[in-house]
Design a protein around this ligand. Sequence first.
Ligand code: S3P
Length: 455
Amino acid sequence: MTDLLVHPAVGPLVGSVPVPGDKSIAHRAILLAGLATGTSRVRGGALGDDNRATLAALGALGVAHTEQAGALVIDGVGLHGLRAPAGDIDCGNSGTTMRLLAGLLAAQPFRARLVGDASLSRRPMGRIAGPLRLRGARIEGRLDPSKPGETTAPLEIGPLPSPHVLGALEYDLPVASAQVKSALLLSGLYADGATWLREPVVSRDHTERMLRALGVPIASLGPMVELDGPSWSGDLPAFDLEVPGDLSAAAFLIAAALLVSGSRVGVRRVGINPTRTGFVELVRDMGGALEVAARGDELGEPLGDLLAAFGPLRAVRAGGETLTRAIDEVPIFCALAARARGLTVIRDAAELRVKESDRIATMARVLAAFGVPCEERPDGLVVEGVPDRPLDAADVKSHGDHRVAMTAVVLGLLARGPTRVRDAGCIATSFPRFVGTLRALGATIDVVDGAEAHS
Ligand code: S3P
């Protein structure tokens, strides 16, 4: 167990830093490189544990890779080249790995079993199993007695029953989910009919963009997307990609800059896909100084440089489709809310209850530990922000959730004494160099062995 001891900031955070490649884009790049014909190169800084889980899963399915000078070199096996795994495939903490792989495995002529850690084993999988079955897949999960009617991991998938081909699918997603949408689109690559999906609001569209850039016939109109599998050649070309930086990782550095007096922080080459930029809009609504300079695109994904500076913030109401486009940034947005004058209301965020932790409950606990008044609601939080009050020094648990841990670190910079963030190793899920990056900007954070404290 690793704990972090965060010291209150005594000066501004200043500098320009990189962040790891976008986790969502990297998952898709690794999967599609594995299914391509030929050798692809995927570069993207320090890959987190989640992306490594996808890489290892593909390895178990017969896709070889090497790492050369910071690039993943992946030897694609072609759409029909995956092989039966010798044992269980461990998706670790990664919901994206499990759900996207489930879509792919649903179409294979062999059986595979997907397992995950304790957190992933509690997360809902009926949302992919249901629609995949509708198009003919064989997929079984565990019926969790604590969640009546819900299917959870381990998932047993395949082999695809005779006639060994998935059918067309027309499906309205009950909740916006890029993981569900992507699983269904990936299964659609193997179907003998079209895949037509509609979401209540648009979730991140990285799968659509990457497939389109690789020549797959896929069209989107607002929250609707259609993949025309049968009219496609079935051949994915190999590609080279420098994965844009992860806006969801950059958000922690942006927030630290907005909150620590006098700070000015730049983050280079960050993905600014509009289905992900809800946080940028919320920061601006709060009156935060955040500039975005566009810098072209990579395989259909726009990117830009970000610059954030300290300044006063005001409370806002966050909900609706903006919230969906900021869903992973809600924990760190709560840190901004703690310092934004007035009551910030976060709603339409019930999905947070089924992320790596129940993020509504865990953030309410973390905010309370820092002395920030907040109210937990079924679909969100109300946070009372006071601009200048130093926060209480806290002793908080990560709850095994990387984004909760990083939020606690940022809040610790604003406290009146040292803050302990327990079980912070989970930060490596998405941002292995988080502590080093904050130190480079001027923060003081000690890594301490938490074993004693836990015994
Ligand atoms: C992701 C989709 C989102 C997000 C998750 C990553 C993806 O979940 O919260 O961290 O890479 O597709 P949903 O499936 O709920 O949209």
